[in-house]
Write a protein that binds this ligand. Structure first.
Ligand code: COA
Length: 341
């Protein structure tokens, strides 16, 4: 029995923010953004990470022809969930009515979908579950400092999903690879909820908290200081152009196929120059590297499943096609997955 993808779906918000609009917000230009990144526009959510996930999931489930009750597992790759808890997967479960499914989120930033896909495959391979819904959904727009031209031009919001089933098939998912280097976490970071409790305040900064006349505690720092995404762009660039070809080469070796046999390399949509560099290193034509980043920017964990769904719905994937998926992101994390469609 093989694990195969039986349905894909995606969703991007309607609100588009093009480079011309960004020119009015920060000191940048359409020409600079296009030349350095290939991005022309991005979508911005007004409903949040869960809502986008549900919409993408519904589309994937419809294509799969699976009833929600048949789902054994929901894994959501996200680093921008609406809530710290419940997890996004539980909220998707409730919306779909997938009451038999085990649900959890997986945090691996832009590698989130690939890590989720690979993790779901391990459950299916081992026989614990037979079906799974895997989603990549992110709202980086809420982590971006919209006055920082070095980062706000890059990211957009969206969600993508795939439904997996274990059955007799020529199609298959795997082998796959997941890599991480926690020593380089500073290169791309976004702080979460600040550590805030009365005991820390007692010992550190007395200014932060004063006892009111009635004895209740008052905080002088009321705003939720989640912090913004910070990035060393050049370091990330260097990391990506080195690790993505390496992980792809290892993947192809493990799968026992050559780069020439791959129909499409479905890569994380961060930067056209990164994708171009990978194509060059792999000695493969750029036409094998589909891109949609011009329209959506970097949608983090959603970029690979959105692109996969577009290729699928446009009829560009034929049964038996060999695909290599690869992504990278904060952590640092990176990984790859081989598919026979
Ligand atoms: N518009 C105009 N100028 C900008 C700018 C913008 N949006 N952002 C930065 N600049 C300026 C810089 O201030 C710098 O000016 P200076 O030379 O006067 O100091 C100059 O452009 C060059 O900046 P630099 O950071 O060296 O540019 P770069 O060629 O490395 O491009 C990135 C910057 C962010 C586009 C590029 O490094 C990148 O894409 N890195 C990967 C990021 C990524 O993919 N992150 C997500 C990972 S999942």
């Amino acid at each position: 029995m093989q694990i195969r993808i039986i349905g894909t779906g995606s969703y991007v918000p309607e609100k588009a923010l093009d480079n011309q609009a960004l020119e009015r917000m920060v000191d940048t230009s359409d020409a600079w953004i296009r030349e350095r990144t290939g991005i022309g526009s991005r979508r911005i959510t007004q409903t949040g990470t869960t809502d986008m996930a549900i919409r993408a999931a519904r589309r994937a489930m419809e294509m799969a022809g699976l009833s929600p009750e048949e789902l054994d597992l929901i894994v959501v790759g996200t680093s921008t969930g609406d809530c710290l808890f419940p997890n996004t997967a539980c909220e998707v479960q409730a919306a779909l009515g997938a009451k038999e499914a085990a649900c959890f989120d997986l945090s691996a930033a832009c590698s989130g979908f690939l890590f989720s896909l690979n993790t779901a495959c391990v459950y299916l391979e081992s026989g614990v579950y037979r079906t799974a819904l895997v989603i990549g959904t992110d709202s980086l727009s809420k982590t971006v400092d919209w006055s920082d031209r070095g980062t706000c031009i890059l990211f957009g919001d969206g969600a993508g999903a795939a439904v997996l089933k274990k059955e007799e098939s020529v199609s298959r998912v795997g082998p796959f690879l997941m890599k991480a280097d926690g020593n380089r976490g500073e290169v791309l970071r976004c702080m979460g909820t600040p550590l805030r409790n009365p005991f820390i305040k007692e010992e550190t900064d007395a200014k932060e908290s004063v006892m009111g006349e009635t004895g209740e505690q008052k905080s002088e720092e009321n705003e939720t200081d989640f912090g913004y995404l910070s990035m060393n762009g050049q370091e990330v660039f260097r990391f990506a152009v080195k690790t993505v070809p390496e992980v792809l080469e290892e993947l192809l070796w493990r799968a026992g196929v050559s780069a020439e046999e791959i129909q499409y390399f479905v890569l994380h949509q961060a930067n056209e120059r990164i994708i171009g560099s990978v194509a060059k290193r792999m000695k493969q034509p750029l036409s094998k590297f589909p891109m949609n980043l011009e329209h959506y920017g970097n949608t983090s964990g959603a970029s690979i499943p959105i692109l996969l769904d577009e290729l699928n719905r446009e009829g560009r994937l034929r049964k038996g096609d060999k695909l290599a998926l690869a992504g990278f992101g904060a952590g640092l994390t990176w990984g790859a997955t081989f598919l026979v469609w």
